[in-house]
Design a protein around this ligand. Structure first.
Ligand SMILES: *[C@@H]1O[C@H](CO)[C@@H](O)[C@H](O)[C@H]1NC(C)=O
Length: 326
């Protein structure tokens, strides 16, 4: 707007030259046409700020609402078109008696009651609808300015089974290897599996091996192998107040930000190798607390019995020796 005023001002400045009225009228006309043309070219009033909103991830079978925001300023809307890949599936033309049009595109089921000039809703999305969506907005005559934006949508198929964890030991000694496996049923895309010990993520290192396998349509599998002196267990062994303690091993399964599930298991840590004297035998408090708190300590009980008989044999030998000397 202000540009018209500014040029009007300069034409008034030409007025003192009274001898050339025809010339300055022509000049004014030229200036005016320049303004009109530049307004047309520079799109002073019209479509701007086109933005597309497409959910990043949608669970299979759910509805998805895609929307497009734009500012037409003083222009009128001619059409909004939506494309999946290169195929148009929905068009909104307000000047038509029935402004909404749906074009058949495989897998797309438009919910017309929830679609209008700024949004389109898809019912019961299937995996095939993973891909790029585009929204194209055109303003009406005389300029028909058009702009287009695109965004990606991922349709997710959740795993039907809960995650499961298997461990090769319920109690880990300082010099033990340890292996745990976490599995979850097939999903699309395959889930990510992350391991945590006492709430802290376990990273891949030479002493903490993590592998993950996922094939489309089959179970996703991750294994965690921990070797003696691993970074993650070293700290626990060093800080152990008594002879035994335990850690919480957790396997988290996630698919983008849409799905998170976990499975956890408590694992004992034992300082004493199985053949040495058990703390039970020495009458330490810590071990009793552990025995009451955790039913899965059969290995420890076994160790205690073993040392018992070892001490028995030793006592017998010493007694025999003493008797022989007497
Ligand atoms: C798995 O994790 C990676 C890295 O964080 C991420 O880029 C990817 O989208 C995730 N995949 C799934 C299915 O969650």
């Amino acid at each position: 707007m202000h540009r018209h005023v500014a040029v009007g001002g300069s034409s008034r400045m030409l007025r003192p030259r009274q001898g050339w009225p025809a010339l300055h009228a022509i000049f004014n006309m030229l200036a005016l046409s320049c303004i009109i043309i530049s307004d047309l070219l520079l799109n002073v009033h019209g479509l701007k700020d086109l933005k597309i909103f497409v959910p990043e991830a949608v669970i299979m079978g759910n509805a998805a609402t895609l929307s497009c925001q734009y500012d037409l300023e003083k222009a009128a809307l001619y059409s909004v078109r939506w494309y999946f890949g290169q195929e148009e599936f929905y068009r909104y033309v307000p000047r038509e008696a029935t402004p909404t049009f749906v074009f058949p595109v495989a897998g797309i089921n438009v919910d017309l009651t929830n679609s209008d000039a700024t949004s389109v809703t898809l019912k019961g999305v299937t995996r095939d609808l993973t891909g790029t969506y585009q929204c194209e907005v055109s303003e009406d005559a005389p300029l028909f300015h058009t702009d287009i934006r695109s965004a990606h949508m991922q349709v997710i198929e959740l795993p039907k089974d809960d995650p499961a964890m298997q461990v090769d030991k319920k109690v880990i000694g300082v010099n033990d290897n340890f292996k745990a496996v976490c599995t979850v049923g097939p999903s699309y895309p395959p889930a990510n599996i992350t391991w945590y010990i006492n709430g802290r993520k376990v990273y891949k290192t030479p002493l903490q091996r993590i592998t993950q396998d996922a094939f489309e349509g089959s179970t996703t599998y991750s294994s965690l192998e921990i070797y003696p002196h691993s970074q993650v267990l070293q700290g626990f062994f060093q800080a152990m107040p008594k002879y035994q303690t335990s850690i919480l091993l957790l396997c988290e399964v996630s698919i983008l930000h849409v799905f998170h599930k976990n499975v956890q298991q408590r694992i004992g840590l034992s300082m004493a190798p199985p053949t040495t004297i058990s703390p039970n035998l020495l009458g330490l408090e810590g071990s009793k607390r552990y025995v009451n708190g955790d039913p899965d300590n059969s290995a420890l009980t076994g160790a205690a019995q073993c040392s018992c008989s070892a001490i028995g044999v030793l006592t017998l030998a010493v007694a025999t020796l003493l008797a022989a000397q007497l």
